[in-house]
Design a protein around this ligand. Structure first.
Ligand SMILES: Cc1ncc(COP(=O)(O)O)c(C=O)c1O
Length: 484
């Protein structure tokens, strides 16, 4: 591979080098020629650059090179399927007089008949009473947490909930906000117990504890023990309804449950869960969010969520795109893809755990895949697979995977907690067993290379894919990305 310049380097590592190049600090300007405004902004950006967690807003060109997609959120392939396109165009054709713009805010005149009908259809698909469509799940989470908790209510959230939930919680009217250890039923019982013990208003059922969890966690890919958490909540609320759940199903829509309706439908917990948030930016292959809830909660959001009140309501093409996705789900069109994900993820774990190097790789801490533990015993598998190595090797593993023509993404702080870097892989219905087999082999090729390096059996301290990236970075005077 020619590493002289990203333009000439072999894909997909070449396209990724543009991202690295984008982290290059601006040429320092003489202080007197810089305005205070830009100098201060550049200072902050430079700090991000120095930590290798600068987000580049660059065109994504890796996919143009036949690179296997083990990263995007289009899990079922619905975003690019011909059936979906046809369904969307049919939906437009069924409404030839559509208006592109929705004319106003939800709170005033932005709720038109097509939108209202779609919301009721979506709610009914998920077995909910009512619902509200939003621009994104981020907006939906912020709306829920800013509108629903009342002063005196208490928020209890899983340690790994999404940034949008944190954002909403930060802005909420509740003052008492507690975290419980990630997916720990005992941890949940302990913190909930402390809340009931110390808060008289909660104990007397005058105020509510609102619990924030996700059905599948976005960075860890594990499934929330929702049934168990609900049972624990009953031990405390004793039928008074003062512990309620808000479940973010961003990663389970389309993937889990009957016709992809999500974890709550899979577990039959529709009556137990007060509020559910869905995202259409992942398996639905569209964009948008949805709050499934009672009519009362819908009224609360419409009246108190500033991000909903002071913005234009969802447009017709936006709603039609979502509706066309639901049509395919409801018709059973995606069931095969759903099943395929189960098979493929099972095949991944089987190939991984039966590899002759797997036991040593784990022992040496060179390869850790927490979800591979007892994978056969789980009732269903999920498409998100975090792959850990030693923290200082995370970029090296990623560069090797990329160099083997697979696209994943290295997750760094602040997206994941400090000390929990990982490469995050996502399996899709359109991936093949051959791709999965080659992917697993590529990972083990890297592990073996690292074993040789650690044994001092090569003259190198850095594996070959990373070495080539760093050779080019040295020419460009770039640092970071695990470069020693
Ligand atoms: C758990 C979770 N909730 C919410 C969101 C936000 O979704 P959207 O892209 O629809 O705003 C994401 C997106 O990454 C997510 O992972």
């Amino acid at each position: 591979m020619d590493t002289a310049h990203p333009e000439t380097a072999a894909p997909p590592i070449g396209p990724f080098m543009f991202r690295i190049l984008d982290t290059k600090s601006q040429e320092p300007q003489p202080p007197q020629s810089q305005s205070t405004f830009y100098r201060n902004l550049d200072e902050v950006l430079d700090l991000r650059r120095s930590l290798s967690n600068f987000y580049s807003v660059l065109e994504n060109t890796w996919a143009d090179h036949g690179t296997t997609d083990f990263y995007t959120g289009d899990i079922l392939g619905l975003g690019k399927s011909q059936a979906r396109r046809a369904e969307f165009l049919d939906e437009l054709a069924r409404c030839p007089d559509f208006t592109i713009g929705p004319t106003g805010s939800r709170a005033i005149d932005g709720t038109y008949s097509y939108l209202k009908k779609a919301e009721l259809e979506i709610a009914s698909f998920h077995g909910a009473e009512n619902g509200l469509l939003t621009s994104s799940a981020f907006e939906a989470n912020v709306a829920v947490w800013t509108a629903v908790p009342r002063p005196g209510d208490v928020i209890l959230y899983d340690a790994l909930v999404h940034a949008s939930t944190h954002e909403g919680i930060k802005q909420s009217l509740a003052i008492d906000k507690f975290e419980f250890p990630h997916s720990s039923v005992d941890g949940f019982r302990r913190v909930l117990g402390d809340i009931f013990e110390s808060n008289r208003l909660v104990r007397e059922a005058k105020r509510t504890v609102l619990v924030a969890v996700e059905s599948i966690y976005s960075m860890d890919g594990d499934v929330c023990p929702l049934q168990e958490l609900v049972e624990v909540s009953h031990e405390f609320s004793r039928g008074q309804g003062n512990v309620q759940f808000v479940v973010d199903e961003a990663h389970s829509l389309g993937v889990i449950g009957p016709k992809g309706a999500g974890l709550i439908c899979e577990l039959g917990l529709q009556k137990e869960i007060a509020i559910v948030v869905h995202s259409y930016g992942k398996a639905m292959g569209a964009v948008g969010g949805f709050v499934l809830a009672s009519t009362t909660v819908r009224h609360m959001i419409a009246n108190f969520a500033r991000s909903i009140i002071y913005t234009t309501s969802p447009s017709f093409p936006f709603v039609a795109a979502i509706k066309s996705g639901y049509k395919l789900l409801a018709d059973g069109h995606t069931e095969e893809a759903q099943e395929r994900i189960q098979q493929l993820v099972g095949f991944f774990f089987e190939t991984l755990t039966s590899h002759p190097v797997w036991p040593t790789a784990q022992q040496m801490g060179l390869l850790l895949v927490p979800l591979a533990k007892d994978w056969e015993e789980r009732p269903f598998l999920t498409h998100i697979i975090p792959i850990f190595t030693r923290q200082k090797y995370n970029w090296w593993l990623f560069f090797h995977i990329l160099d083997s023509n697979f696209y994943t993404f290295p997750m760094e702080h602040p997206i994941v907690p400090l000390g929990q870097r990982r490469v995050r892989a996502v399996l899709h219905a359109y991936n093949t067993e051959d791709e999965v087999r080659r992917f697993v082999n590529a990972i083990f090729t890297w592990v073996e290379e690292m074993m040789f390096i650690e044994d001092g059996r090569t003259g190198f301290a850095v594996p070959h894919a990373a070495r080539r990236v760093y050779a080019w970075m040295a020419q460009e005077k770039l640092t970071g990305f695990g470069k020693p």
